[in-house]
Design a protein. Sequence first.
Length: 225
Amino acid sequence: MTISELDGRAIPHETRLPAIMDALSGLAPGESLVLIAPHHPAKLLQLLLSEFPGGFDFGPLECGPAAWRWQFTARDAALPRSVTGYLVWDHRRMENLLEETLAAAVAGRWDDAHLHASRYATALRRHADLEDEVLFPAYESACGGFGDGPTAHMRAEHVEVRAGIDRLLRAVNARDAGAVRDADETLRRVALEHHAKEEEILFPSIDDTFPQPELDALVQRLLMA
């Protein structure tokens, strides 16, 4: 899947932020843009949340040191925010990156395979960290703690997911298409099944736990983490 890119590094500093905001505000719901920035775009992210509340889903593809790449997708701001909405969006973009990694490896396009695998790793590690450090503690606190409950099980699966990422990166770096296939199969078994359980059970339960203002604040914390 090809997404348009905007290289913010090529825009003069004094006009960079307005130009990027103009480009993003011109996206229709469902349309995406990848921004290349010379640093973490924290100011831009905060401005988007302030000026276009509920208007975008976003997450990183690359986190320096030479460039920061963030993917933005416009959404209908009239629709209520939810954990399900944001994190399912994140699931789908990660799954696309995994598919692109395998396709490039099978075709022998190793530079592309390395690029897609690196971006997949960045997105998935950040996603797991969001859940472990922000989402699950908020849910556990709201429910009075779970002990050995659903979030504990999800955390355990994150250990497997992170190991699967490392295996994929090693296979791509070795330019071993067979090993990439094996790593892909493992990640599909572990990560994609994990995603399905979250989407069908955990995320809807979290959305039902919080009143909308608290849910809005929780999603904003996830976006900015």
